[in-house]
Design a protein around this ligand. Structure first.
Ligand SMILES: *Cc1c(COP(=O)(O)O)cnc(C)c1O
Length: 408
């Protein structure tokens, strides 16, 4: 399997046994419970699943096992090149489970993390909700921040929303025997496979690219068998399940994932260069621009720069708000990784929960906008964006003229 190309894997992953079932499309099993055979066998199945087994003779109950979800998990693990994966009802449920799994396995409740991360992840780590404490460090100080009670190191690369890249192998080296969890949502398994670089857990908000059509909320963690056992135990106890219909849709989307990511990436590259040349744009953040990838991780850690571009407009919050309300083809909406292009304002929306100091230190400025590029023709997108930027500049100038008249 590992010798197959990504495109082939994407099409065939998780399709084992379908011919034997006499079907071509994976079946959707919506059962919440399952008829049992002999009691002693049912009890044995229950015990195996409760101990984190991937499957057992009887599924027993929908919170223990679902074949449609298991099929997606198998496909995603093949895609990430890991032994297993465990799916959840959202990306945040997956992050919560991986933190709890790390605490259960390592016995400590301390986390070392590198900013920026997704706003709600930042909030979860900083809150006392899970009874864990976090030490935020610059990436070079991960090793120094490790304590005897450190359960896990958390990084996100590319980081949301400023798109900085973190050298995964370097963090793994610094972490020593402490497991590293990588939120790889922005990269997808098409562009990056953190577990192949030594990460213990690779996490995706499957709501984004894996779902890819803006109609599923899900999360998934790719890992080895031992971590999967721990994650399943957490999922069973907390109930953060992925619904089988969601799993079906995620699996259905996998065959086109490489095509979607590569097409959107080509659009993002085009728009990043266009944006960099527009007078209303102060800076463009995109890993494909040399200035944004000083360590040259593109081509080494990540096979391409991805599909998300952030940029800062002159004029701060008011200018950013004008661009968001002036686009017509592009949808002003949070989230990313859909077939259509979305624009949002991190400081006011996704990273609102992050403290203002951390936002400022991390470059999440009032004029920053994040664009998730979809599958539209890049020039159509540019016309929309350019018109919004031009309109914003004119409006700002008009406002200034009025202000000047009033002043006179
Ligand atoms: C969206 C997102 C999450 C959270 O995922 P949900 O599916 O919304 O719970 C976590 N990490 C990153 C990088 C994200 O973009």
């Amino acid at each position: 399997m590992t010798t197959q190309s990504l495109e082939t894997l994407a099409v065939h992953a998780g399709r084992g046994g379908l011919t034997g079932l006499g079907v071509h499309a994976p079946p959707i099993d919506l059962s919440s419970t399952y008829p049992l055979g002999a009691l002693d066998e049912a009890t044995a199945s229950l015990e195996e699943l409760a101990a984190g087994a991937r499957s057992a003779a009887s599924p027993v109950y929908g919170r223990l096992y679902n074949p449609t979800v298991a099929r997606f998990e198998e496909a995603l693990a093949e895609f990430e090149g890991t032994e297993d994966s465990v799916a959840f009802g959202s990306g945040m449920a997956a992050i919560t489970a991986s933190l709890l799994a790390a605490r259960a396995r390592r016995g400590g409740s301390h986390v070392v993390a590198v900013r920026p991360v997704y706003g709600t992840t930042d909030h979860l780590l900083g809150s006392s909700l899970l009874g864990m404490t976090v030490t935020w460090v610059p990436v070079g100080e991960v090793g120094a921040a490790i304590r005897p009670d450190t359960a896990v190191v958390v990084i996100e690369t590319p980081g949301n929303p400023t798109l900085g890249l973190v050298d995964i192998a370097d963090v793994v080296r610094q972490a020593g025997d402490v497991p590293v969890m990588v939120d790889s949502t922005f990269a997808t398994p098409v562009l990056q496979r953190p577990c192949s670089l030594g990460a213990a857990m690779t996490l995706h908000s499957a709501t984004k690219f894996l779902g890819g059509h803006g109609d599923v909320m899900a999360g998934v963690v790719a890992c080895d068998n031992a971590w999967a056992v721990e994650l399943r135990k957490v999922r069973l106890a907390t109930g953060a399940l992925l619904h089988p219909l969601g799993a079906y849709l995620l699996h259905r989307g996998l065959p086109t994932l490489p095509l979607r990511v590569k097409a959107a990436q080509a659009g993002a590259q085009h728009l990043a260069h266009r944006l960099a040349g527009h007078p209303a744009v102060q800076r463009v953040l995109y890993p494909g621009l040399d200035a944004c990838d000083p360590q040259r991780l593109i081509g080494r850690q990540m096979s391409g720069p991805g599909t998300v571009v952030s940029f800062e407009v002159s004029g701060g919050l008011a200018a950013a708000a004008r661009v968001m309300s002036a686009v017509r083809l592009i949808t002003p909406a949070v989230s990313l990784g859909s077939t259509d292009t979305l624009i949002q304002h991190p400081a006011g929306l996704t990273h609102r929960v992050v403290s203002e100091e951390a936002r400022t230190a991390g470059g999440i400025t009032p004029g920053l906008l994040r664009l998730s590029v979809g599958l539209e023709d890049p020039e159509d997108l540019w016309r929309d964006l350019a018109a919004a930027l031009d309109a914003g500049m004119m409006e700002a100038m008009g406002t200034t003229e009025e202000a000047m008249l009033v002043a006179v």
